[in-house]
Write a protein that binds this ligand. Structure first.
Ligand SMILES: *Cc1c(COP(=O)(O)O)cnc(C)c1O
Length: 378
């Protein structure tokens, strides 16, 4: 059997080891230390230099803290893009609030500004103005942030930008992760760079970041004994993980180039296959192409479906995965409100994520292409 080809696996650059060794040598084996500060500085620089950053134990934790700091609680509603990973929505429940899900639009697969505004008007009419809007840049493709932030501004609703999949993506040079009231990043093992597990909260407002660092380290008041006037969390990133992150930052630009190159190769080979479509970048949009994805129109693809392709790859020890199953279709959220018209349902039905890791060899990619060609008979 050929060795397993993964969708997206960790890809170390080389310097990570030295940073981790340095943490051991200096005994900074703790959730604070010079690598934590260094990684935050690296991220802030990468994002353009005007951002404050707190590195945390996960992207999910970063979202949780963002909702806590916006004082969102049990009587509140929070809007969230339906088509996303459950980690975008779960923190809404952590604070006891109610999620309301919004459909995607076809140009970016992200939150549809029209349905967003319809939904805001609808909820305001019921006396339930949403307390925040969680926007996601799926697979690295930026959402229509200009339209979204205009609407959010008009109704004075904070935007939480879930940029977990979009480090390095931008719109006309403005980086994803800098366009929300607060933004979050993830360094989980399958993301474009990884710290083995980790995340970050980003904001141009230093108060949020200072507060998040305080809350993430058990909310200890300034006193010689342990004194607390807030509920705290244990969400800070360790100095060891941050050392891995500093090494990964050195190779982030090359990781983005490689992921984009892999996407281009899929388009070159299969752009003309019957029924197959790839998501193009709208003008001015730059995607890090975290995962290469395609959709298959089963009426035009001579009987090939995304499931048929997935199984053909699986039988050859190649991992692929359907697009995110929208949250409004998830059993756990089945009673939540949804505004939309089946765009995300259709994407889920017909879309597939293909092997996309920056450590795939030419040989690995050839194996994937061969199976795909045989399946499409193309
Ligand atoms: C990975 C991911 C998260 C969660 O990040 P973790 O660091 O794994 O907690 C949140 N949102 C999206 C869209 C993600 O892909």
């Amino acid at each position: 059997m050929n060795s397993k080809i993964w969708l997206s696996s960790p890809h170390m650059g080389g310097a990570e080891h030295q940073f981790v060794q340095e943490a051991f040598d200096t005994n900074w084996v703790a959730p604070l230390g010079p690598h934590v500060d260094g990684f935050e500085k690296d991220l802030s620089d990468f994002l353009g230099g005007n951002q404050h950053v707190a590195v945390l134990s996960s992207g999910t934790g970063a979202l949780h803290l963002a909702l806590v700091m916006l004082n969102i609680g049990p009587t509140d509603e929070v809007f969230c893009q339906s088509m996303t990973f459950s980690a975008s929505a779960n923190p809404i429940k952590y604070v006891g609030a109610t999620p309301v899900f919004i459909d995607s639009e076809k140009d970016t697969w992200n939150i549809d500004p029209n349905y967003l505004e319809d939904a805001i008007k609808n909820r305001i009419a019921d006396g339930k103005k949403p307390k925040a809007i969680i926007v996601v840049h799926l697979y690295g493709m930026p959402a229509k942030m200009k339209e979204i932030t205009e609407i959010a501004g008009k109704y004075e609703i904070p935007v939480i930008e879930d940029a977990a999949e979009a480090l390095g993506s931008h719109i006309n040079g403005q980086m994803c992760g800098t366009m929300g009231t607060m933004s979050i990043l993830s360094f989980n093992g399958n993301k474009i760079i990884t710290t083995s597990g980790g995340g970050a909260l980003v904001s141009s407002d230093k108060q949020y970041i200072d507060m998040s660092k305080f809350l993430a380290t058990q909310a200890r008041d300034d006193a010689p004994h342990y004194q607390h006037s807030h509920i705290g969390y244990n969400y800070r990133m360790s100095n060891i993980s941050a050392g891995i992150g500093r090494g990964q930052m050195q190779v982030l630009p090359s990781r983005i180039n490689k992921r984009r190159d892999i996407f281009d190769q899929y388009v070159t080979h299969f752009g003309g296959a019957p029924g197959v479509s790839f998501l193009e970048e709208p003008k001015g949009f730059f995607s890090n192409r975290w995962l290469s994805t395609l959709t298959i129109d089963p009426l035009k693809a001579n009987g090939v479906t995304r499931e048929k392709l997935r199984l053909a790859l699986f039988e050859n020890n190649i991992e692929s995965r359907p697009l995110w199953k929208p949250m409004h279709l998830q059993p756990v959220f089945k009673n939540c409100l949804f505004f939309g018209n089946n765009v995300s349902d259709k994407l889920f039905e017909n879309g597939l994520c293909l092997p996309s890791g920056s450590n795939l060899s030419d040989n690995d990619l050839e194996r994937v292409f061969t199976i795909m060609k045989a399946t499409f008979r193309f």
